[in-house]
Ligand binder design. Structure first.
Ligand code: SF4
Length: 364
């Protein structure tokens, strides 16, 4: 019996530069697992970066390469998944335009992140057409590959829901006798533990509290030394509680059960100091980061290898996206060519001249 085709997954990241541990546990680690089971397409969405950072694209290329290197370092394998650049598949833009024809503005204005980001991102004018429409671009990114599954964090669920609504509306208008043209993708909620940064807030590069995947061992240890702990442990003899300590949260994600037991016992009895406790979490992190950094080095030393991966991935993506666009154009009545023009109307060639008119000699 033939094995059923693998379900297709689409997910992406903005080219924001070097990734941190929060990106790893929140998405990347999951992607590495998914590439074994699914037909995965992972895209670096450079056009999405321009929806907010349109005024200064100077670091776009460098940031894009950093993201790709971190993907490869984390274990994404070009033999198991397709990695590509959004702008290298121009049909994303075509589908975005066509979907924008059928997407009511009200749907976009009620996307929760739209209002939230407009209010929270200071110093940038986000009253732009591109920013309002970015969920439509995201819908195009997903639908053009007919993705079955989109792994997302909680804040992105509304975007997948919007994609489903757009797909439904498109199918309603244009599927004709077919059941559908676009399958409605399902959001796969990835349980991402809240990863604290060194100041105890959520890890984020913009807070300056992040542990990067590229941080060398001395940097990791140094950053952890300054990490906030349970505020009740002022003196070495004070008892603490790993459940209210950000270092404890890191242990829960990265340390073994045995270490965890030592942390609970030692912290609650004041049997260990915070410096020792932090050195254990540093050990666990270094164990994860070292092999990543070794893999990354191979591509850093030979960036051509990384670009080859992106180019091959983009070519594969163009192939799949192109096939979908053939269907879309046909469904929307945009597949005209001179060979199948109706016989009772003049054939029209690209310069607008009827083929029944004699060609004018422009030299006269
Ligand atoms: S011993 Fe560890 S868990 Fe307890 S307060 Fe210090 S750093 Fe936090």
């Amino acid at each position: 019996m033939a094995t059923p085709p693998k379900k297709r997954v689409l997910s992406g990241m903005r080219p924001t530069g070097k990734l941190h541990l929060g990106n790893y546990v929140g998405a990347l680690e999951n992607w590495v697992r998914m590439q074994e089971q699914y037909d995965c397409f992972f895209v670096i969405v450079d056009w999405h970066a321009l929806t907010t950072d349109y005024a200064d694209p100077s670091r776009l290329k460098e940031n894009l390469v950093d993201v790709l290197l971190d993907w490869l370092a984390a274990g994404l394998d070009p033999a198991k998944c397709v990695m590509f650049i959004q702008s290298h598949v121009p049909t994303h833009a075509e589908l975005h335009l066509l979907l924008s024809m059928i997407t009511p503005v009200g749907w976009l204005e009620r996307v929760p992140t739209y209002k939230e980001q407009r209010e929270n991102i200071k110093g940038k004018d986000l009253d732009t057409y591109g920013f309002l429409g970015y969920p439509v671009l995201q819908a195009a990114d997903i639908l053009i590959y007919k993705a079955d599954v989109v792994p997302v964090g909680e804040d992105q669920v509304a975007h997948v829901e919007l994609t489903r609504e757009i797909a439904r509306r498109f199918n309603g208008f244009y599927a004709g006798k077919r059941e559908y043209i676009f399958p409605e993708p399902a959001a796969l909620l990835t349980p991402a533990p809240r990863l604290p940064g060194t100041d105890g807030r959520k890890m984020s590069k913009s807070y300056g509290n992040a542990l990067l995947l590229t941080d060398a061992e001395p940097v990791v240890r140094q950053k952890l030394k300054t990490m906030v702990t349970d505020p009740r442990r002022i003196k070495r003899t004070d008892r603490g509680d790993p459940d209210v300590c950000p270092v404890g949260d890191l242990h829960k994600i990265f340390s073994s059960k045995e270490t965890m037991a030592k942390v609970y016992e030692g912290c609650r009895s004041a049997g260990i100091g915070c410096i020792e406790c932090k050195s254990w979490v540093a050990d666990a992190l270094v164990k994860i980061l070292n092999p990543m950094q070794e893999r990354r080095k191979k591509y850093e030393d030979n960036p051509r290898l990384a670009w080859d991966i992106l180019e091959a991935g983009s070519a594969r993506a163009r192939e799949v996206a192109g096939a979908t666009m053939d269907e879309v154009r046909k469904a929307m009545g945009l597949d005209y060519s001179r060979n199948d023009s109706p016989s009772d109307s003049p054939n029209v060639i690209p310069n607008g001249r009827s083929t029944s008119e004699p060609a004018k000699d422009s030299t006269k």
